[in-house]
Write a protein that binds this ligand. Structure first.
Ligand SMILES: O=C(CO)COP(=O)(O)O
Length: 249
């Protein structure tokens, strides 16, 4: 059973209500695509995004969640709240959260467990820094992040891994296709359900490199930052995912 491609957009801290027109703009491309499309807007837009996205078969997700179900955590949002707002997925362990908010692997794992318990699919991010890659430590770093961040017992519940080399995020630098494929194959070798788990690549995915990256055998989709903010950039990435999905049938 081939893994269907998943093309995900992470809007990060961008987007006001008017920007949800994006969903109607990408709607026809998403509806026609033989690939799943997921948009993760800021939490303020989630409920309205879910309402508008549903009409096009687009899924929506959160960008983070708290590990607790509810309680005295000012400013935080639980997985159950995301689900209640219409999310199906949540990104956890993005390098910007690991770096800006001091989230370590244990915190990321607790968030992933909370997501699964709320009925969300966690998109668990891992990635090495430039320094770690230059020192040839990328596999050791990723192995440790996977060992520390993945829930231990998830039964049949789905999770998604996103490999995002930190040095490729927002820099316009993408990893070489051979390095991406090698790392994705390495990640797959470490997963309990290697055949069914989707591994996305993220880090400066753009319309002009999407086909190459999505055509790699162990790349099951993309987690797109900057190029998910404009329909003209995101539509060709969806279409690349769709083409590459069909080639695998
Ligand atoms: O961090 C990312 C997605 O989560 C990647 O961001 P860019 O596509 O802007 O490099």
């Amino acid at each position: 059973m081939p893994r269907q491609k998943l093309i995900a957009g992470n809007w990060k801290m961008n987007g006001l209500a008017a920007d949800l027109e994006f969903l109607d703009a990408i709607g026809p491309a998403a509806a026609a695509a033989d690939a799943e499309v997921l948009i993760c807007p800021p939490a303020t837009l989630l409920a309205e995004a879910a309402r508008r996205a549903g009409a096009h078969g687009i899924m929506v997700g959160g960008q983070d969640c708290h590990a607790a179900v509810s309680g005295a955590h000012t400013g935080d949002i639980s997985a159950a709240m995301l689900r209640d707002a219409g999310a199906s997925h949540v990104i956890v362990g993005h390098s910007e959260r690991r770096c800006d908010h001091g989230e370590n692997d244990g915190i990321v794992r607790d968030k992933a467990v909370a997501a699964l318990e709320a009925g969300l699919v966690p998109v668990i991010c891992v990635g090495e820094t430039q320094q770690e890659r230059e020192a040839g430590r990328q596999e050791a770093v990723i192995a440790a992040q996977l060992a520390g961040s993945l829930p231990e017992n998830r039964g049949q519940r789905e999770l998604v891994i996103a490999y995002e080399p930190v040095w490729a995020i927002g820099t316009g630098l993408t990893a070489e296709p051979e390095d991406v494929q090698a790392m994705h194959a390495f990640i797959r070798s470490r997963l309990p359900d290697p055949a069914s788990t989707r591994i996305l690549y993220g880090g400066s995915v753009k319309p002009d490199n999407a086909s190459t990256l999505l055509g790699l055998p162990d790349v099951d989709g993309a987690l797109v930052g900057g190029a998910s903010l404009k329909a003209d950039d995101f539509i060709p990435i969806i279409q690349a995912g769709c083409r590459e999905s069909q080639l695998f049938r």
